[in-house]
Design a protein around this ligand. Structure first.
Ligand code: HEM
Length: 103
């Protein structure tokens, strides 16, 4: 049996009809299972979180104007993305962004 953790994080029965949307302020967001759960919870989760925090802080020091590339992904409401062919991790093959440097 193979458990697809990425599917659980998008389970409408648990998260509601908007389960597929990216919402930083989603109620109960800490209940996601991207790092697993129980005795085999990801041992590197605190390191992974610290790394991402450092990366995003450095990133937002340089820009606060970020938008998804319309040229590469289409117009809002009709975006198109390619995902890695994996049932273990749900990851984009690429994400094209338009950034403006902070003045
Ligand atoms: C965003 C980054 C990461 C994600 C999404 C992630 C995800 C996961 C998941 C879902 C599991 C549980 C697998 C299972 O149920 O069998 C796991 C286990 C584990 N992860 Fe990560 N991981 C990440 C980063 C890291 C890092 C940076 C390290 C080490 C420096 C690490 C070390 C481990 C170890 C040692 C386990 C096995 C824990 C055990 O079986 O007791 N992970 N990870």
């Amino acid at each position: 049996m193979i458990v697809a953790l990425a599917a659980a994080n998008r389970d409408r029965k648990y998260w509601g009809e908007d389960a597929n949307e990216f919402k930083l302020n989603r109620p109960g967001v800490r209940n996601h299972i991207a790092f697993g759960r129980g005795s085999h919870t990801c041992a590197g989760a605190p390191l992974a979180r610290a790394e991402v925090r450092a990366i995003l802080n450095a990133f937002f020091d340089l820009t606060d104007d970020i938008s998804i590339s319309q040229e590469k992904h289409g117009k809002p409401g009709a975006r198109q993305y390619k995902f890695e062919p994996s049932f273990i991790i749900r990851g984009l093959e690429s994400l094209h962004l338009d950034l403006k440097a902070k003045s």
